[in-house]
Design a protein around this ligand. Sequence first.
Ligand code: FAD
Length: 386
Amino acid sequence: MKKADIIIVGGGVMGSSTAFALRKNGFEGNILVFEKDPTYEYSSTSRSAGGFRQLYSTSINIQLSRFSLEVYKNFTEDMAIDGDKAEIDFKQRGYLFLATDRMIAAYEKQLKLQNSLGVPSEILSTSDLLNIIPELETGDLAGGLFCKEDGYLDPYSVMQAYRKNAQHLEVDYVTAEVSTLLTEGRKMRGVQLIDGSIYTAPVVINCAGAWGAALSGEIGLPLPVVPLKRQMYVFDSTKRLEKMLPLTIDPTGVYFRHEMDRVVAGFSDDVTPGIDFNWKRSSFDHLWPILAHRIPNFENLKLESGWAGLYDHNTVDQNAIIGEHPQMKGYYVALGFSGHGMQQAPGVGLGLAELICKGRYETLDLSPLRVERFAENDLVLEDAIV
Ligand SMILES: Cc1cc2nc3c(=O)[nH]c(=O)nc-3n(C[C@H](O)[C@H](O)[C@H](O)COP(=O)(O)OP(=O)(O)OC[C@H]3O[C@@H](n4cnc5c(N)ncnc54)[C@H](O)[C@@H]3O)c2cc1C
């Protein structure tokens, strides 16, 4: 039996951001991160679209992204180790929700809240839209909601930088799969690994992404989170666009952005929950007419590749679940990000670190995302879920 002070299950962007923030908050005890796959091949972080936006309808999501914006803007320098910079390719090319007549009033309402929290989002007319995407088909649009500070970044590099910085601050990463969380009455005791070995710790943080709710359910603490397959597609538009694209969301929900000289697109289709990484080329048949209608340059696009990844999808209110579990002392969770975790990882890590080290949130109040909200029916109802 081995001992630690804090165990983190899952070393993706959430686990690594949390480990790093614990050290930054002065936690000097022994921190062990268990990560079953050091290549991160199937982690959601590696398979993310990397979109970054402050365009939400709830204060908590806007504030989390606003906090992350400052972190990501300075990330390359701030996370450098011995002069080795942490490049994350943060492209602030903007984030754009295209709107039909029917949708624009809802975006105007969101805009008011965003602006009141300092986000410089704006409602664009159809002619403004053409300044951003000259080739855009605007005939069926009334305008769009845009934020120029937003854009996209490289999720894998963000996660690796957090991991390397955590390791630099003497957090230990162990390549092993946790088979069970261990409890003693209503207190956390540690974890058991697949090989049977036991590690004890008074604090265990579940950052196991799409696999996390199953671990929690096995100790009688179910969470409303399921793995949900999401597919991404990479294509060559063949006919070049005049300008680089913001991350653009079509009114149908199909989204696209540039990746070097290629375009990456995605869509949240209706699928049965489960662990499924099977990428189907044929699913693109649904996206292609939508893309070709919106940007006629895409009519002759060539689909080159793609991938499938997992959302850790919160089935009740599609938002993160963060904090200590009310029924288990020492058991913390950071799960249920439902497709917007990359833009929340810096604030989530810091929030958990403050909660554990100081007993309260100091920088950002993440309590709206607490586990108890489901029992209290105090949900975080976000309109801008992609
Ligand atoms: C296709 C797609 C597009 C997305 N687009 C965006 C976007 O545009 N913007 C955005 O903000 N977010 C986006 N997301 C969501 C974002 O990627 C996730 O919210 C975020 O990466 C979650 O990070 P995580 O660390 O919680 O999970 P993960 O990255 O999955 O990390 C969890 C880790 O836990 C490990 N693990 C699991 N079980 C165990 C165990 N029992 N023992 C040991 N290790 C274990 C796994 O191997 C994994 O590495 C997208 C996700 C997908 C799939």
